[in-house]
Design a binder for this molecule. Structure first.
Ligand code: NAP
Length: 291
């Protein structure tokens, strides 16, 4: 069994990005600039945004954090998005989700200029990705495909089963995994799937994006399968300073011994998601997607 080290690969990619930024600056180019809008004080969102800002610093990007309280109006958010869309110094920006209930998330996503939509959530980017045009691809699917490529995992003609069909993970990933460069035969499973165990057992590449700790057990995994665990559920822990730890969707202790490759949680998909946002920002700054 080979442990897929997302942390190590993400550090390699970070070093590549830092080098490209250095060269950009040396050639008189503009410093890539990522902005993030954060609403409220949700612990998870605060942590994710703090990581994003720290990652920017690590590779030499400029970053801007725009904060609002929970009671911000949709109008105020839309006005800020309009400002960022028109700010020529900002190459890309994200609005950290989830947003408070009184705000229509889809409206917010659709207000972002697709050329600055480094999260890849805008319908224009999703549509372009589906038909194979250059686009910003949402960070988690982008990172997973990069991980598979960097480990030279054989994909052509393989059965890929993705459990989960969210707009940010399962669904875009199903498109990427069926593209000509990857060539897997994709099954997307979800909460209404019948005989899920058998469906998963048929997978050469099994990707779990469910959000249910240790859901995938060894009887669902074929010998020699590649297993990618996207799940990150916070569970209480007395052993960590934060009082919680992350659990994946795969019962690692029993599944790992059956696999050819497996990602751990933490240290697998998570770091790749982080670095993919940096990649998208660099693509935005160097006008590699639409120009
Ligand atoms: P989500 O929007 O809640 O989607 C979960 C999906 O799992 C849904 O499609 C749901 O099916 C399916 N599902 C739930 N219970 C199931 C069951 N018993 N059997 C089969 N399918 C089931 O979640 P998400 O945003 O995609 O995230 C999934 C997990 O990945 C979460 O733990 C999240 O924290 C994690 N995540 C990690 C990263 C990272 O960087 N590592 C990034 C993003 C997300 P229905 O559609 O039928 O409801």
């Amino acid at each position: 069994m080979i442990l897929i080290d997302g942390k190590k690969v993400s550090l390699e990619i970070k070093a590549e990005i830092a080098e490209q930024v250095k060269q950009l600056k040396e050639n008189g180019g503009k410093t890539p600039h990522l902005a993030a809008i954060l609403v409220g004080h949700d612990g998870g969102s605060e942590t994710y945004v703090a990581y994003k800002i720290k990652d920017c610093e690590a590779v030499g990007f400029k970053s801007t954090l725009v904060r609002y309280e929970d009671d911000v109006t949709q109008q105020e958010l839309l006005a800020k998005i309009d400002e960022l869309n028109n700010d020529t110094d900002v190459d890309g920006f994200i609005v950290q989700l989830p947003l408070p209930k009184h705000i229509d998330e889809q409206k917010i996503i659709e207000a972002i200029d697709p050329k600055k939509d480094v999260d890849g959530f805008h319908p224009e980017n999703v549509g372009r990705m589906v038909i194979g045009l250059p686009s910003f691809v949402s960070a988690t699917p982008f990172g997973i495909v990069e991980l598979i490529k960097r480990y030279n995992i054989e994909t052509s003609g393989k059965n890929c089963v993705i459990v989960g069909r969210s707009n940010i993970v399962g669904r875009p990933l199903s498109v990427l995994m069926s593209q000509k460069a990857i060539n897997t035969t994709v099954t997307v499973a979800h909460s209404r799937t019948k005989n899920l165990k058998e469906v998963c057992y048929n997978a050469d590449i099994l990707i779990a994006a469910i959000g249910s700790p240790e859901f995938v057990t060894s009887d669902m995994v074929k010998d020699g399968a590649v297993v990618i665990d996207v799940g990150t559920t916070r569970v209480p822990s007395s052993e960590t300073k934060s009082g919680f730890r992350l659990k994946g969707d795969v019962k690692f202790s029993e599944v790992a011994e059956k696999c050819s490759y497996i990602t751990p949680v933490p240290g697998g998909v998570g770091p790749m998601t982080r670095v993919s946002l940096l990649k998208n920002t660099l693509l935005a700054a160097t006008r590699k997607i639409y120009y």
